[in-house]
Design a protein around this ligand. Structure first.
Ligand code: PRP
Ligand code: URA
Length: 209
């Protein structure tokens, strides 16, 4: 069964409290989503493999460690996942970025795919799928299924807020995918929104409501 890690660092909790506030304007919301993405990425990459190297400092030869193997691929689920990309790539500038476009049908809450473009060498990479929200889990499940068809080495899923229903579904569908979230909320409402949540992440990032 996949592991769920709630990254509840004080800085993340503080930023999340502003994110949840309905009066937070779109510009600040976007900045906070990116900053939280960066802080979460720091923790979600804790297990990256290192290799021993040597560098010449101005004083002598030093034994150092560098990341080993192929670099990462980051795959945001459009639209809202885009908001986390800048924060993650600030820490991992060499990461390749894939894009998966999914929207939730408002009636059925089922994800509808409209775009998929992944790095050509994704099978040699570790992948982190990013999306601020995991509600029913349908979007994350479908996005990860699409990526798995290309056979990457490893997939992690990173979201800001998750609902228990979404995590349960995601774990059942992809028991090999470890999940990182900043908050585990109470439940979903009748419209499939996370309670207390933060509303519609995509609309708040892009100011479309
Ligand atoms: C939101 C969010 C997730 C999805 C989560 O996207 O960014 O992708 O809903 O819901 P789920 O877990 O029930 O699938 P949305 O469909 O609103 O599209 P958008 O990002 O384009 O606004
Ligand atoms: N998508 C969102 O943007 N917010 C929710 O609460 C649920 C799904």
């Amino acid at each position: 069964m996949s592991k769920i890690t709630v990254i509840n660092h004080p800085l993340i909790q503080h930023k999340l409290s502003i994110l949840r506030d309905k009066n937070t304007p779109s510009k600040q919301f976007k900045e906070l989503i990116s900053e939280i993405g960066m802080l979460m990425c720091y923790e979600a990459t804790r297990d990256l493999e290192l290799m021993d190297c040597e560098v010449e400092t101005p004083i002598c030869t030093a034994k150092v460690k560098k990341l080993s193997g192929k670099k990462l691929a980051i795959v945001p689920i459009l639209r809202a996942g885009l908001g986390m990309v800048d924060g993650v790539t600030a820490l991992i500038p060499s990461a390749r970025i894939g894009h998966i476009g999914l929207y939730r049908d408002p009636e059925t809450l089922q994800p509808v795919e409209y775009y998929c473009k992944l790095p050509h060498d994704i099978e040699e990479r570790d992948v982190i799928v990013v999306d601020p929200m995991c509600a029913t889990g349908g979007s994350a499940i479908d996005a990860i299924s699409l990526i798995k068809k290309r056979g990457p080495k490893n997939i992690k899923f990173m979201c800001t807020i998750a609902a228990p229903e979404g995590l349960k579904a995601l774990q059942a569908a992809h028991p090999d995918v470890n999940i990182y979230c900043a908050a585990l909320d109470d439940c979903l409402n009748d419209h499939g929104y996370i309670v207390p949540g933060l509303g519609d992440a995509g609309d708040r990032i892009f100011g479309t409501k």
